[in-house]
Design a protein around this ligand. Structure first.
Ligand code: ADP
Ligand code: MG
Length: 263
């Protein structure tokens, strides 16, 4: 019990740390966004001035103007500058989304009951994993649940993280991941399917066992799915898997829309 207490205190302070970092990043990001419109306007002005100066270059007495204009890189001023600013904005958008995802995760303390859209948890998780799949895996989503779900939201996010990270790791090169949500008989059902390496029967039988892993030392702990299984059990739900070797794997999570409290 002693070590467990220490462990849960650690979790809380990690959550607070992440929330603090997210907050700190938000301020400079705000400044970057605030600077964007005046910069855009200024670039527009410069572009106008340069274009006007260009149109004057053939006028009599424009020699002095010409020597100045020769030093100006026209494509830089009229095109590249705006493009650069555009990609700055994209980068800022990306940071803002990561911060949003971090916040989504950190504000959900372990053991806390919340009523949430599970799709938000799935999207935040994808956002956090984005750098591990962006160039090689296409994600297709069909979100049809359209219901809020009462659950241990922070813990469900851990389940999404484990299953999605496994799916990404199971795709050696290019492939796809298909995520669907639906309501079936007052249950929220989430399916996560990948076009990865799949599993032979003898592996599939053991994946929920603690410390079972087929990954190299340091790459896998073998804990993800056993922890996930426990979390779904706590929701009185079901976590099932279908897999075909060299074709892919599908995990199906089903939980009641309202939490069933243990007696
Ligand atoms: P870890 O990822 O640390 O190995 P997990 O409990 O998350 O531990 O998974 C256990 C094992 O289940 C993995 O090592 C792998 O062999 C298998 N597995 C899990 N998800 C998939 C998947 N999507 N495709 C193929 N194998 C998988
Ligand atoms: Mg794992």
């Amino acid at each position: 019990a002693q070590t467990q207490l220490v462990q849960s205190e650690k979790m809380v302070s990690l959550g607070q740390l992440v929330a603090g970092i997210a907050h700190e990043i938000n301020n400079p990001i705000g400044a970057i966004y605030a600077n964007m419109p005046p910069l855009e306007e200024y670039i527009d002005d410069i572009k106008g001035t340069v274009e006007f100066a260009q149109s004057c270059m053939d006028e009599p007495g424009a020699e002095k103007l010409n020597t100045h204009m020769e030093q100006i890189d026209y494509t830089f001023v009229t095109e590249d500058l705006a493009k650069l600013l555009g990609s700055q904005k994209q980068a800022a958008d990306r940071i803002r989304n990561i911060v949003l995802a971090l916040r989504n995760f950190s504000r959900l303390d372990q053991g806390e009951v919340k009523t949430v859209r599970l799709e938000e948890g799935l999207d935040s998780t994808l956002q956090m994993l984005h750098h591990t799949y962006k160039d090689r895996i296409t994600i297709e989503k069909d979100y049809a649940l359209n219901e809020m779900v009462e659950c241990y939201a922070g813990e469900l996010n851990q389940v999404f993280m484990n299953i999605l990270a496994n799916a990404i790791q199971a795709i050696p090169d290019k492939g796809g991941i298909f995520i669907t949500t639906a309501k079936v008989n007052d249950q929220a059902v989430i399916s996560i399917a990948d076009t990865g390496i799949g599993m032979p029967e003898e592996v599939r039988k053991k994946i929920f066992d603690p410390f079972f892993t087929t990954k190299e030392v340091g790459e896998g702990t073998g804990l993800g799915l056993s922890i996930s299984y426990g979390i779904i059990e706590k929701h009185h739900g079901a976590l099932t898997v279908e897999s075909e070797l060299n074709r892919g794997t599908r995990f199906i999570i089903a939980i009641p829309l309202r939490l069933i409290k243990d007696a």
